[in-house]
Design a protein. Structure first.
Length: 241
């Protein structure tokens, strides 16, 4: 059964600056917040990543319900970056026949990695030197490729990669460093690094499947103290050897 919000929940959600509209059977986030969600989701596409971002912005995921989170995940997978109510454009693009993997590899700017393909490091280096004065679309066209047939998602991910190169990573704040330096489950905590002890991984195995922030909370670690890059990428249930 789809989530239905109570009057109390509607009142609470309506007070959030990130909510555009909420009714008993529908919740709409602002366009700006959907962009924030997508930019973090694309780093590690999953419902757990969405949960982590929502929690870091003050949302109670148990109140939102699994259906809302799954719908966000599905929408991002199907349509890509939010378009402020213009998803009809995305549907039009979806109907365009894309290049198959072998055809893209033949153009010389894609390489195969396992069962997937990606832009070659040579093309990425070249694109980095010319972008944004020369768009990715224009660079693809110079190789004889139709950008629409290459696929929006591939181009968007490359743009984000180029835009993020050279940007300083979000650091762990000094208060959090002090807080976790002597924590019994934390092996190392500096402004740039956060490492958990083997004891944490051993004891947390029983909680596999829980959202990472909930697992951290069980061990008295507040996920909101840590940058999303740390929660989403550095912390997992496979201990570092």
């Amino acid at each position: 059964m789809a989530k239905r919000f109570t009057n109390e929940e509607i009142k609470l959600l309506s007070n959030s600056p990130y909510v555009k509209n909420v009714r008993k059977n529908r919740l709409t986030f602002t366009y700006e917040f959907r962009c924030i969600l997508y930019d973090e989701w694309i780093k590690q596409p999953s419902t757990s990543q969405i949960r982590g971002v929502l929690k870091s912005y003050g949302f109670d995921c148990s109140m939102l319900g699994n259906d809302v989170i799954k719908k966000i995940n599905g929408t991002f997978k199907r349509y890509g970056h939010p378009t402020n109510g213009k998803n009809k454009v995305s549907r039009k693009h979806d109907s365009i026949e894309k290049y198959d993997n072998e055809s893209l590899i033949d153009f010389g700017i894609f390489v195969k990695t396992g069962s997937l393909i990606r832009f070659s490091s040579e093309f990425i280096d070249k694109a980095y030197k010319e972008y944004p004065s020369v768009s990715i679309e224009a660079q693809l066209e110079s190789y004889g490729l139709d950008p629409e047939k290459v696929g929006y998602h591939r181009i968007y991910r490359l743009k984000k990669k180029l835009e993020n190169q050279g940007k300083p990573k979000e650091k762990i704040c000094a208060d959090a460093v002090e807080k976790y330096t002597s924590h019994p489950y934390v092996q190392r905590c500096t402004s740039n690094h956060f490492t958990l002890k083997k004891q944490f991984y051993d004891e947390s195995l029983m909680f596999i499947g829980y959202p990472i922030d909930e697992i951290l909370g069980i061990f008295e670690i507040d996920g909101s103290d840590l940058p999303i890059r740390v929660r989403g990428a550095s912390i997992n249930l496979v201990p570092v050897k």
